[in-house]
Design a protein around this ligand. Structure first.
Ligand code: ZN
Length: 463
């Protein structure tokens, strides 16, 4: 009997063109459907290994990517998911239980084995004696990383305060108690989402903020839920996402597009029970453009779960180009269209969007499409090395979900969208803090706050 895995592979085989199977081999996806790398060409294995080494570095950039479970047995984190693969010493070689190694292991180590070897100095020569192995920190300065983690909480509200400071309104006319300033409402919403506390428990954050003179009054605990329900704050939150990415504009030029679902907690079931309807959304689809160096989110679009990916691409990229110089843009075949290629070209960038199986090199009015298609056909490995930067979009989503959960607490659609935007603003602020500290230019808290404030103030007229 065919297993589910095999039938998946079979249906993929039917769906994908021959050359795309070859890519998947280079990309390390689903090893079983992939062809072996061309070992006849001397260039290929080294390029192939180079790509795997890049991936191994991505794996190692996470804190607990490698865990020892026994002598000669390690768990190495999957690059794309949160799962682990078992890498062990069989007396002769290191073997891994990932699909890539199972299929292509005879041609060389997989990215998990490479990651393991990179983590330890002299690993190869002292097999079986890992007790003598020295731990090597790789591509991550742990001192600075830890420093960023511990200072994050201290810096977060200060940066958030400067981010929301330029927001105006609302006007207060006539009698009655003036309503909470929009900037204060948004400050409290983002603080609540960042803290992941319940409405009632988040109140102490607001009182703290009053004492620090970041907001005027601590709102009643349900005011934040009311604010999240306001449609009029949605465009402001969108703008805050873009502004919170902007301080990194001097170091980000390459971008990746992707989308992912966020679960709308209980409301689907609640609504079904109460009103006997299944019409409510169960997921929001979040489309992002993310920088590949820092994983900052430069722009975001939130749609319902069935919306297509491709039409979001031009909007995300144009908004990104408002604050960033665009160099490379990578995206998977869901975004492959002549229009999207044209947009990248118009904005001065180079598209690395993987072509669909039935794509042809016909320009149909798009010169860049034709150029890119031929480049892709003639220099596949090079193309794929650039295309591979796309995996950073997955890293971004995984970081947001790990840090702020993939479930939205709010009950109605507007509040869910606003809550999601607050998550991204909070995430971007944590990226800013990490980057400023890791850049090591100046780790004084005050300097970081001042620097961010200056950058933000220079471009805040439009809120
Ligand atoms: Zn592996």
């Amino acid at each position: 009997m065919e297993t589910l895995y095999e039938s998946n592979i079979q249906s993929k085989r039917n769906n994908w063109h021959q050359y795309q199977s070859t890519f998947d081999c280079y990309l390390g996806n689903k090893g079983s459907m992939a062809k072996e790398p061309n070992t006849k060409n001397n260039d290929t294995p080294s390029k192939y290994n180079k790509i795997k080494e890049e991936r191994a570095k991505i794996i190692l950039s996470r804190e607990k990517a490698v865990r020892k479970i026994n002598k000669g047995i390690y768990l190495v984190q999957s690059q794309t998911g949160s799962g682990f693969y078992k890498v062990q010493w069989n007396g002769k070689n290191w073997v891994c239980d990932c699909p890539d190694f199972v299929k292509n292991g005879h041609a060389g180590p997989c990215k998990h084995i490479i990651a393991l070897k990179l983590r330890f100095v002299g690993f190869v020569n002292i097999e079986g004696q890992e007790t003598k192995v020295e731990k090597k920190t790789y591509s991550q300065n742990w001192h600075l990383y830890n420093s960023a983690q511990t200072q994050e909480f201290e810096l977060f509200d200060k940066l958030l305060y400067h981010l929301v400071e330029p927001i105006q309104g609302p006007e207060h006319n006539g009698p009655g108690r003036p309503s909470l300033k929009t900037s204060d409402q948004i400050f409290c919403c983002v603080m609540k989402v960042y803290s992941m506390l319940s409405s009632r428990r988040a109140r102490w954050l607001y009182h703290e903020a009053v004492q620090r003179q970041q907001i005027e009054n601590a709102p009643h605990f349900n005011v934040v839920s009311t604010s999240l329900n306001k449609k009029e704050i949605t465009p402001i939150l969108h703008q805050l996402v873009r502004m919170s990415a902007q301080p990194l504009s001097s170091i980000e030029n390459d971008f990746a597009m992707d989308s992912s679902g966020f679960r709308c907690s209980s409301f689907g079931n609640y609504c079904e029970e109460k009103h006997g309807t299944k019409r409510m959304r169960k997921w929001l689809k979040v489309h992002i453009c993310t920088g590949v160096k820092t994983n900052v989110v430069s722009d975001v679009i939130i749609t319902d779960e069935h919306a297509a990916d491709s039409p979001q691409f031009p909007i995300l990229l144009k908004n990104t180009a408002g604050h960033f110089q665009i160099n490379e843009v990578s995206a998977d075949p869901a975004y492959s269209s002549r229009k999207n290629h044209d947009i990248v070209d118009e904005l001065g960038g180079k598209p690395f969007i993987l072509f669909k199986k039935n794509a042809t090199g016909r320009s149909d009015g798009s010169a860049i499409w034709k150029r890119s298609y031929h480049y892709f056909q003639l220099h596949k490995e090079d193309f794929l090395e650039h295309y591979h930067k796309r995996s950073n979009a997955e890293t971004t989503f995984s970081a947001i979900k790990t840090k702020f959960s993939e479930t939205l607490k709010s009950r109605n659609h507007t509040a869910q969208v606003n809550e999601m935007l607050c998550k991204i603003i909070a995430y971007n602020i944590t990226v800013l803090i990490r980057e400023f500290i890791e850049m090591g230019a100046d780790t004084e808290l005050f300097s970081i706050v001042r620097l961010t404030k200056e950058i933000l103030m220079s471009n805040s007229d439009s809120i």
